[in-house]
Write a protein that binds this ligand. Structure first.
Ligand SMILES: C[S@@+](CC[C@H](N)C(=O)[O-])C[C@H]1O[C@@H](n2cnc3c(N)ncnc32)[C@H](O)[C@@H]1O
Length: 252
């Protein structure tokens, strides 16, 4: 039986309040993680088609480090997150960087209409019932022809299988009690039945896990990213990739 959504929410909140009380800020500022975020931001812009006229919503934005990289490229970006500590940090960083077109709110949704909605490492934190209900919710939030982009760990990832064998303690430390890897095609089906034209792409093979394990090693991350671009052309290895993207467009 799956856990009640309110219990999941309470555990997610408790975990992330701890994570964002210092560790995440220090970890996300390391060079390899910064390089990963920069790559991610470029990928989001390309995949979502978001540009200078776009209003973008980010679900589960955390401390907003990806959103602040996206802000100069879009008209407005709104980040929402359950965690007050995350929202405080995102607001402080926006103000320190002089970014005025990014705003951050506590919560899971935002009123108004958006040209693109992104969800970075977010869907796999939602209870099954909330994940199933999300596409219909997004259909109300997105303007016609609007784009959805998400990034989540794949259930078939080789890095997960190896990590659970070699560093089970560390894997657990970096995960909330309720999150789980997702099957890309199953997640995509939830969106296509709601009228999204959706496709699944593999984002990486080893570069994100490497950045997590060796956050100070920017050179290593860059080499791993280049290798990933070659590895992901091989279907047998692509299936075992670490994180998958959903790229969806809402039918007009
Ligand atoms: C793995 S973190 C990803 C954060 C950020 N997107 C990033 O890439 O670093 C998942 C985030 O989702 C938030 N979260 C989890 N469940 C949520 C919900 N139901 N509504 C809003 N935020 C939620 C957590 O507080 C956390 O910040």
């Amino acid at each position: 039986m799956s856990a009640a959504p309110d219990d999941v929410l309470a555990r997610e909140l408790a975990y992330h309040e701890r994570l964002y009380s210092g560790f995440a800020q220090a970890h996300f500022a390391r060079p390899a993680v910064r390089a990963l975020r920069a790559h991610m931001a470029q990928r989001i812009l390309e995949a979502s088609g978001a540009g200078p006229d776009s209003r973008v919503l980010s679900l589960g934005c955390g401390i907003g480090d990806t959103e602040l990289l996206l802000a100069p490229h879009v008209r407005e970006i709104v980040g929402v997150d359950l965690s007050p500590a995350a929202i405080r940090q995102a607001r402080a960083d926006a103000s320190r960087l002089g970014i005025h077109n990014a705003c951050f709110e506590e919560g899971s949704s935002c009123a108004g209409s958006f040209d693109a909605v992104i969800a970075i490492f977010f869907l796999h934190h939602l209870p099954d019932s909330e994940l199933a209900a999300l596409p219909a919710r997004l259909a109300q939030t997105l303007s016609p022809g609007g784009a959805f982009y998400s990034l989540d760990p794949s259930r078939a990832r080789l890095s997960g299988i190896v990590g659970r064998k070699l560093i089970p303690g560390l894997m657990k430390k970096y995960q909330t009690p309720d999150e789980r890897e997702l099957d890309g095609e199953t997640a995509a089906a939830l969106f296509s039945r709601t009228g999204f034209d959706v496709r699944v792409e593999m984002y990486d093979f080893g570069s994100s896990p490497l950045a997590g394990l060796f956050p100070g090693w920017r050179f290593g991350y860059r080499v791993a990213r280049r290798l990933d671009d070659a590895i992901l052309r091989l279907p047998a290895l692509r299936k075992r990739g670490s994180n998958f993207e959903l790229r969806g467009v809402l039918a007009r």
